[in-house]
Design a protein around this ligand. Structure first.
Ligand SMILES: NC(=O)C1=CN([C@@H]2O[C@H](COP(=O)(O)OP(=O)(O)OC[C@H]3O[C@@H](n4cnc5c(N)ncnc54)[C@H](OP(=O)(O)O)[C@@H]3O)[C@@H](O)[C@H]2O)C=CC1
Ligand SMILES: CC(=O)N[C@@H](CCC(=O)OP(=O)(O)O)C(=O)O
Length: 345
């Protein structure tokens, strides 16, 4: 059994890790931290976990975490980077759900996250954990930087086009919408039901911290520096991201092979579903599931390919993808614990 620790177990992604790990046959959760809820049984706070976990929250303790085989960090940005060097020395493997190790350019990271990086040596060694791209590197990694939620939906949608060089890489557009759980569980006025309900707005249109992350991943796929306009929106739902993606085809004749290209690219990927051409994937069709579902579109007399890509931000966008990465790192069947279909309706 893999002995797992979770730092940040009261947040939305921490508790989603627990929900999925509750039925994972190869994992025991030996430690789950919260500074504010230390001593409180997990199942008292999250009754959906009653009968699954006997654990109580504890203060983060480096020596307890060092005794784990794998530690998930489900903490705000800036926490993992301070604790990682010690854990790495103990030989523990880590999947960090925050953005601390996602961006290789330290200056770019500091500009977007507003602080200097405190373990730059581990930024270099960390593997950006999108299994559909670098599965073999993840398998060997000691530290995996779990991708952001928007970047997962956006990158998976654009990847086949950029890998094959079929679109103009300098003018990509990603118009993305997220439910409010993407903002985490800590109280923020902008996330109150009274603020989010019956409303719909763009935010970060002049620049969002996921922009450099998307640019880094897609530039690697394209083999050239790409240009992307990314605008996130907040919609009045709890879980889910829909990203509508636009790219200009270099040669319109290639439209005829796009569907086969996408189906071929993801045929052996258990967590990507390419729907028939012209379908409209819904966020509720992936709610609770570790899945990115997508479909292609073309409007008449247009050279633009449109891709609609949906994920559950807490699952394929966070905890599910983190567990997928853990399965890959430990040589387990990649789908272990992640087979459940979505909740619908
Ligand atoms: N929500 C989402 O859809 C997604 C979130 N992420 C990322 O995952 C991470 C967690 O997100 P989310 O679950 O939403 O966040 P929450 O704000 O809901 O939870 C944060 C957790 O971290 C703990 N924590 C906060 N500060 C510290 C600290 N200094 N040391 C140790 N523990 C700390 C908190 O518990 P306590 O304060 O009691 O210790 C809490 O359990 C973030 O980096 C987020 O950006 C990634 C993809 C999607
Ligand atoms: C709706 C909402 O607020 N979404 C968050 C992104 C989700 C998230 O937690 O970002 P990471 O994946 O990088 O950790 C935001 O815009 O900052």
């Amino acid at each position: 059994m893999i002995k797992v620790g979770i730092v940040g177990g009261t947040g939305y992604t921490g508790v989603e890790l627990l929900r999925i790990l509750a039925v994972h046959p190869e994992v025991t959760v030996s430690c789950i931290t919260s500074r504010s809820e230390a001593g409180v049984p997990v199942a008292d706070m999250y009754p959906n976990l009653r009968g699954h976990f006997d654990l109580a929250y504890s203060e983060p303790d480096a020596s307890v975490l060092a005794a784990c085989d794998l530690v998930f960090f489900a903490t705000p940005h800036g926490v993992a980077m301070r604790m990682i060097p010690g854990l790495m020395e103990s030989g523990v493997r880590v999947v960090d759900l925050s953005a601390d190790f996602r961006i290789k350019d330290l200056q770019v990271w500091s500009e977007w996250y507003g602080m200097p990086h405190e373990s730059p040596e581990w930024v270099e060694k960390a593997v950006y954990g999108l299994p559909e791209v670098v599965r073999d590197e993840i398998a060997r990694a000691q530290l995996v930087a779990n991708p952001g939620c928007y970047p997962t939906a956006v990158q998976l949608g654009f990847l086949p086009l950029l890998e094959q060089g079929l679109v103009d890489p300098s003018r990509l557009i990603a118009d993305a919408k997220s439910g409010a759980s993407g903002g985490g569980r800590q109280g923020k006025i902008g996330m109150l039901h009274g603020e989010v309900g019956e409303s719909f707005k763009a935010y970060g249109a002049s620049g969002h911290r996921h922009l450099p992350e998307i640019r880094q991943g897609l530039s690697a796929a394209a083999g050239t520096e790409i240009g992307v306009t990314f605008v996130p929106h907040l919609v009045p739902m709890i879980r889910g991201i829909e990203a509508t993606l636009y790219a200009e085809m270099k040669n319109p004749a290639d439209f005829d092979r796009l569907q086969a290209l996408f189906e071929g690219r993801y045929r052996n990927e258990p967590f990507v579903d390419v729907m028939p051409f012209g379908s409209h994937p819904e966020t509720r069709s992936v709610r609770g599931a570790n899945l990115c579902r997508m479909a292609l579109h073309r409007q008449e007399r247009s050279n633009i390919v449109i891709i609609s890509s949906v994920i559950d931000n807490l699952v394929k966008g966070a905890a599910g993808q983190a567990i997928q990465n853990m399965n890959v790192m430990f040589g387990l069947k990649e789908t272990l614990g992640l087979e459940a279909p979505a909740l619908l309706p």
